[in-house]
Design a protein around this ligand. Sequence first.
Ligand SMILES: [Zn+2]
Length: 176
Amino acid sequence: MTIEQHWLTNVKRISSPNYDERPDQTDISLVVIHCISLPQGEFCNPHIDELFCNQLNPDDHPYFKEIYQLKVSAHILIKRDGNCVQYVPFNKRAWHAGKSNYQGRERCNDFSVGIELEGTESIPYTQAQYSTLKEVINCLLQTYPNLSKQHITGHSDIAPGRKTDPGASFDWQKIK
Ligand SMILES: [Zn+2]
């Protein structure tokens, strides 16, 4: 796995329309870890791809009626089996963090890479996911000089009181 033209090579690409320009393309300096499952606790279905492409069907599940109109995305999703999907090239701004603050800087989407793990805050993530996550982080570190291991954070840390992902089920030691 490497990065060419801001896309991971050998990774499935599904282009999301939910992105725009970063205010400063050279400022990619934070990695934000999230989790997602649709519906909650159910894995290995197309609903995350659908959500990020504005194609989620509100009739497929009661919860989807609440979220199908959201315009959201992440750069990367790492599925339970460790396979990865990329939705937005890294030089563009994906819409994953919302109102957020990292060490005094607001609007973290401007300067971060958003990585979603398929999962929940209580079910342990898989070894395959940790292994892919490490590989993706290493690729990012090699490509974007302003990123560093010290600036990898959770959504809950940049949006406290509003967000709780990736949750206690995420073992930070595994990506140290
Ligand atoms: Zn999140």
